[in-house]
Ligand binder design. Structure first.
Ligand code: ADP
Ligand code: MG
Length: 728
């Protein structure tokens, strides 16, 4: 009985940690496997290098001749690194990355074997991508998809494959992936932010968004994880009684890292270092067997690629150490889930962080400009930003009493709030010399000091200012950060476009000086974006009520959260910033809804399997044991047996009731699925899955977990929470 659980426990109990030797300083082998500028300098002619650098800084096209040169150089370098294959590495809308490997190896007509890789293969490929979701784009336009080189993210050798980061688009140019819209959003924010930054410094010619992610994850013994069909198929436990001990002792957070885990982490860090992923921090997280790692921030497109690559490397390294990484946002009930904080800012090509105050009043006015415009952008598009992190798995965190809430708000701390309050009092129109001096010295001038001792921290805020960047906390651990980064940079780009227009109008039409105009526009933004600012407890019921009064959205599930994607305002936004066409957004909505449906559908099917294959048989087995026991007692003691068997009888009934409830609910859930499946409209189908199917999951689980508590441990077939979370 329940062989796999006990076999898995024995297997995991016998593990020893693989020792990982540190071979020298990490800085010595950082980015060894990356075809970066240093390698290009070695392998490329001067012209080719210039051309690639131009393509990186200004997105200019690389002509075919140069592409051939670059390909030849890349091939030479990659082969010297042991690569035998190359692949276009892209990000289909499924959320993960995709790759199709081709060998460098080729044959000439006369049968001579050689290694071949030309500019054509570097620049563009046509993967047989018909089974990637396209939201109907390919059908509509009868166009095939192709991948195209993104020179802004350097190629790298991973294992024996040269990986070339690419976008994935249809032949008619529609984005079929997550990278193409991100690149467009980054271009939009570059344009808009550069124009605004030039009010303050004419030397600025480019602004790039920066992203520093913090990745949370669970690490579970591989054998134990594999013993659970739900973990294997859905990435989370669909049932499971909480262990007697959870995270209440807070003894895991920042605790000593267990040997086996530490050797996994060291191994992972070494791999990542070679791949140029600048990992910085590692520690235990709050929940048992939960961990976090964080990288040094980078340009956002590169940071997104690095995060996706990291997740892939984590899977592979974990396998070597006989672990399974769980990226699911809520793998276990009753303890914390996993997120991926996205720390975001804007930086100029003159080396200035636009969300960091400086040493002069002018620099601080620049800081305030970007700070307040970001607040205003999030206020205007809070619902859209929320939609960018919606998924079936993240629904377990957002809006489910788990960090952070589904309501977007911004935390800036009391001191910066005071600054904004003071700025609200700035006079309309021209400012008197006294007022200007006062503002410059006592309001704007004091900002650096304020931030120095701004130790305010608010862990419940979904969007917090943390001194020199904003931290977006609702992003799911599994989510491709390209999605939230696309939306965030798009809305900030749009907001900065508006700001520039308004300031220019005040200067041109009203004759205001630049700083007066900036103060005037910012004052209005402070007034009109107040509702998004909230420094209190984001998890409280009071905030939910208050947010409702402020007319902030509170979309607790994915089908609701996604609807805003195609609103009139959203379409106008994407058009004005050239980030997505109406067709592309419609396709994205369709794919997201479909992904949601499929995820819930799979969970529903796994419930069927768990219930009929594991839970009911286990319940019956134990019930039968009890029944034989009671029958035996009756045989020996006759009517007097009741004295000893009352407890057993009650248990027989209790088990019976749970089994009955589980069966009824599972059948009703199956029926609800059948009904949902015939709905053809994506939105209505997703809603049916959300409101008619999913609610059964919690009910089935409730009874199953009670049953688990009642049953003989030896008969329970599913590896228990205690074992998954505490066995090292
Ligand atoms: P905290 O204590 O606020 O968590 P850290 O300085 O350790 O602060 O940063 C946390 C994360 O924020 C790291 O991933 C870091 O790279 C990132 N980060 C720091 N500065 C920036 C920035 N200017 N832009 C984007 N991310 C940043
Ligand atoms: Mg943080």
């Amino acid at each position: 009985m329940s062989l796999s659980r006990f076999k898995a426990l024995t297997e995991s109990g016998n593990r020893v940690s693989i020792g990982i030797a540190e071979n020298g300083r990490r800085s010595d082998f950082f980015a060894n496997n990356v075809f970066n500028e240093k390698k290009m300098l070695q392998y490329l002619t001067k012209d080719a290098l210039e051309s690639v650098k131009n393509a990186i800084s200004s997105a200019s096209k690389i002509d075919r001749k140069i592409a051939d040169q670059v390909a030849e150089a890349m091939k030479g370098w990659a082969i010297s690194m042991g690569a035998t294959h190359y692949t276009h590495w892209f990000q289909p809308l499924t959320g993960a990355t995709a790759e199709k490997h081709d060998a460098f190896f080729d044959l000439l007509a006369d049968g001579t074997a050689l290694e071949k890789f030309g500019g054509g293969q570097l620049v563009q490929q046509e993967p047989d991508a018909s089974s990637f979701p396209s939201g109907g784009i390919r059908n509509t336009f009868e166009a095939r998809g192709y991948t195209a080189w993104d020179p802004t993210s350097p190629a790298f050798v991973y294992g024996t494959t040269l990986c070339i980061p690419t976008i994935f688009v249809s032949y008619t140019g529609e984005a079929l992936d997550n990278k193409a819209p991100l690149l467009r959003a980054l271009a939009a924010v570059d344009d808009a932010a550069t124009a605004v930054a030039r009010y303050f410094d004419k030397n600025v010619t480019k602004v790039h968004a920066t992203l520093g992610w913090e990745q949370e994850y669970f690490l579970i013994d591989k054998a134990l994880a594999q013993s659970r069909p739900d973990i294997v198929l859905t990435g989370r436990t669909l049932v499971g009684n909480s262990a007697a001990k959870g995270q209440q002792l807070d003894d895991h957070y920042f605790g000593v890292i267990h040997n086996r885990v530490l050797s996994f982490m060291s191994d992972l860090e070494k791999e990542c270092t070679k791949l140029g992923i600048p990992l910085k921090t590692r520690h235990n997280e709050v929940a048992p067997n939960q961990f976090e790692l964080a990288a040094i921030f980078e340009e956002a497109n590169l940071a997104v690629d690095h995060n996706l690559l990291l997740m892939d490397v984590m899977d592979k390294v974990a396998d070597k150490h006989k672990f399974k990484v769980l990226f699911h946002e809520k793998p276990f009930a009753g303890i914390n889930g996993s997120g991926k904080h996205n720390n975001w800012s804007l930086a100029t090509d003159t080396g200035v962080n636009l969300l960091s105050p400086g040493s002069t009043p002018m620099k601080n006015l620049q800081f305030l400009t970007f700070f307040i415009n970001t607040i205003k952008a999030v206020d205007t598009y809070e619902e859209l930003l929320r939609s960018s992190i919606a998924s079936a798995s993240n629904d377990h965190r957002l809006g489910a009493n788990e960090a952070p809430p589904a309501i977007f708000s911004i935390f800036i701390g009391s001191q910066l709030s005071n600054v904004l309050d003071e700025l609200e009092g700035v006079s309309k129109g021209k400012l008197s010399p006294e007022e200007k001096t006062e503002l410059k010295l006592n309001v704007v001038g004091k900002i650096p000091e304020i931030l120095l001792d701004n130790t305010d921290r608010n862990r419940t805020s979904p969007f917090a200012f943390t001194g020199n960047k904003f931290e977006m906390r609702g992003v799911g651990a599994k989510t491709n950060s390209a999605k939230p980064m696309t939306i965030l940079n798009t809305i900030v780009a749009k907001q900065l476009q508006e700001f520039k227009k308004e300031v220019d109008t005040l200067i041109d039409k009203k004759g205001l000086k630049k700083d007066e105009a900036v103060f005037n526009v910012l004052r209005e933004y402070i007034k009109t974006s107040k509702r998004i600012r909230f420094d209190g407890d984001g998890y409280s019921k009071e905030w939910e009520n208050e947010a409702k009064k402020r007319k902030l959205s509170n979309n607790k599930n994915t089908p609701d959260a996604l609807q805003v994607l195609t609103s009139k305002e959203s379409l106008a936004l994407f058009k004005a910033t050239k980030v997505m066409s109406e067709v592309e957004i419609g396709a994205r909505l369709a794919v997201e809804l479909d992904t949601y449906i499929l995820n819930i559908q799979i969970e529903g099917r796994v419930y069927n399997e768990l219930v009929y294959g594991y839970i009911i048989p286990a319940g019956i087995a134990y019930q039968n044991k009890l029944i034989s026991n009671v029958a035996g007692l009756k045989e020996i003691y006759g009517a007097a047996h009741k004295k000893f068997s009352e407890g057993q009888l009650a248990m027989i009934e209790e088990i019976g009731e749970h089994l009955d409830a589980i069966k009824k609910m599972t059948d009703a859930m199956t029926d609800a699925r059948r009904k949902a499946n015939v709905i053809s409209d994506g939105k209505r189908k997703a809603e049916a899955y959300c409101h008619n199917v999913r609610p059964y999951f919690d009910e089935i689980r409730k009874h199953s977990d009670k049953l688990e508590k009642l049953l003989d441990d030896q008969l329970w077939p599913l590896t228990k929470y205690r074992e998954l979370l505490f066995v090292k």
